[in-house]
Write a protein that binds this ligand. Structure first.
Ligand SMILES: NC(=O)c1ccc[n+]([C@@H]2O[C@H](COP(=O)([O-])OP(=O)(O)OC[C@H]3O[C@@H](n4cnc5c(N)ncnc54)[C@H](O)[C@@H]3O)[C@@H](O)[C@H]2O)c1
Ligand SMILES: N[C@@H](CC=O)C(=O)O
Length: 480
């Protein structure tokens, strides 16, 4: 692994070539605090060079037939799958998640590329009957242009392919910036993309100073689109910067997902699904459950089931076999989780499981279950992004819908019930972009993943994800 890891050090990808940079910055393994690699600490100049290359490549790439663009994507997916064992080790090492989860993420990453390789062939226009017989209305779907793609550290492989694949399928060229915490997996994915023979400049990747790179791209009129996944605070700032040139925007931001368990639910299945979701990636998931609302009649029974399952979770470095929960991404993230738990304790929450920092090295925190949680506690309003399952009690449907909708976020919500009418009624009343019913899996290449309110705008996945990289052009033709 060491020589494999070193093969990703100190370069990014511009115009089809490895671009080395004198100033570098280190990448840290969150399970040990040790340096595992170095990447270029680029800024404005590197960012501009990436746009130069993407802009030069756009005209030829956008004119290629869809089936032609599709072939590069299929080959990329094949290569990701072939190397998934090595890539999963790398992802786990720099991000912290268990290797089994990293393998799952790489499977999802490849699935998105395969899906968009097919969608590239089906970018249809329209001919619309006009109200005037002397006019024909034609609508074309054209690629937006150079797209800037900025990705987060929590799903550092899937978030790259979920943006790059639809953009390339649509005929856009791209400039990509991964986060400083997990750049190596993005560089590795790019190596596989370049090995497909993709024409130079179609896809470019830079690493370094986030605000400098972001500003360079948002003030460059050749960049026509920004697709960003990350925190709501940074998303809002980028939205303001993008306003000056009215750039197209997709924003996949934070969440504060409720899981509502009604008294008629299958409690064992609900507890399994809640624990799987809540502790995936050490709770660092945008659509991760933030609050568990249990009906008063089943609060105790559900709490026992959740607590029993959480006690079984093994915590350790993701690269160690058999671990379920890895470290948080860094010390700042651990401090935030600890302070939210302290606040909840001070306001009367009971720690049923966990509630402690772990180990001398690395940024571990025990999987935690909190009961007697009430709405005065900070963790009910903030995105916790950690291994904490807070359980609250509710009495009736209307009340729990109102409490769930009170958040400014609107990404995902979950409900557990066997009552068919309630499923429809509650799903439709919840103000969230996605609702999971009797389960918590939401990320499918065919489905429109995304949020409303302060969780963002636009969708990733499905044909909806392709539309984000396409402009409509309407042509009115006078018929002789
Ligand atoms: N809605 C979704 O689909 C989705 C998916 C994954 C993660 N997320 C959210 O992402 C957040 C966690 O990710 P994070 O901590 O990496 O978020 P973050 O906002 O700190 O960083 C995201 C990306 O933005 C970059 N960035 C930071 N400041 C910037 C600036 N001034 N200009 C340009 N780029 C800048 C970072 O370097 C990184 O690449 C959580 O809030 C999570 O909910 C949302
Ligand atoms: N779980 C989501 C990512 C959010 O953090 C996904 O897989 O799309």
């Amino acid at each position: 692994m060491n020589s494999e890891i070193q093969s990703y050090w100190n370069y990014c990808w511009i115009d089809g070539c490895k671009e080395e940079w004198t100033e570098s910055t280190e990448v840290i393994n969150p399970a040990t605090g040790e340096e595992i690699g170095y990447i270029p600490n680029g800024g404005e100049e590197l960012a501009a060079r990436a746009v130069d290359a993407a802009h030069r490549a756009f005209s030829a790439w956008s004119k290629r037939p869809g089936p032609d663009r599709s072939r590069y994507l299929k080959e990329w997916a094949r290569r990701i799958r072939k190397k998934s064992t090595e890539l999963a080790q790398l992802l786990s090492l720099e991000q912290g998640k268990p290797v089994s989860e990293a393998e799952g993420e790489l499977g999802v990453a490849a699935e998105f590329v395969e899906w968009y390789a097919e969608e590239a062939k089906r970018i249809y226009g329209e001919v619309i009957p006009s109200s005037r017989s002397d006019h024909r209305i034609t609508v074309l779907r054209e690629p937006v242009g150079v797209a800037a793609l900025i990705t987060p550290w929590n799903y550092p492989a899937a978030m790259v392919t979920r943006k790059v694949a639809p953009a390339l399928a649509a005929g856009c060229t791209v400039v990509v910036k991964p986060p400083k915490e997990t750049p190596l997996i993005a560089i590795a994915l790019f190596r596989e993309l370049m090995a497909t023979g993709l024409p130079s400049g179609v896809a470019n990747l830079v690493t370094g100073k986030a605000s400098e790179i972001g500003e360079a791209w948002l003030t460059d009129s050749r960049v026509r689109k920004l697709s960003f996944t990350g925190s709501t605070d940074v998303g809002k700032m980028l939205m303001r910067q993008a306003a000056d040139q009215v750039k197209r925007l997709s924003l996949e931001l934070g969440g504060n997902a409720p899981a509502i368990v009604f008294p008629d639910a299958d409690l064992d299945k609900a507890a399994d699904a809640i624990v799987d979701n809540k502790f995936e990636n050490c709770g660092q998931m945008c659509n991760g459950i933030n609050l568990i609302y249990a009906h008063r009649e089943i609060t105790q029974a559900l709490t026992e089931r959740i607590a029993d399952r959480v006690r079984q979770l093994k915590v350790g470095a993701g690269t160690q076999p058999g671990m379920h929960v890895g470290p948080l991404i860094n010390e700042e993230a651990r401090r935030k989780v600890a302070s939210l738990i302290d606040d909840a304790r001070e306001k009367g929450a009971e720690v049923r499981v966990g509630g402690e920092e772990l180990f001398e090295k690395g940024t571990f925190y025990t999987p935690t279950v909190l009961c007697s949680v009430n709405d005065s506690m900070k963790l009910t309003r903030e995105e916790v992004f950690g291994p904490v399952a807070p359980i609250l009690t509710f009495d009736d449907e209307e009340e729990v819908i109102a409490r769930s909708n009170r958040t400014p976020y609107g990404l995902a919500a979950y409900l557990f019930t066997r009552d068919a009418s309630r499923i429809h009624r509650v799903s439709e009343e919840l103000e969230f972009g996605m609702v999971g019913v009797n389960g918590t899996s939401l990320s499918f290449p065919q489905a429109p993943f995304g949020g409303i309110k302060e969780s963002g705008m636009g969708r990733e996945g499905g044909h909806h994800g392709l539309e984000e990289f396409l402009e409509l052009k309407y042509i009115a033709t006078v018929l002789d």
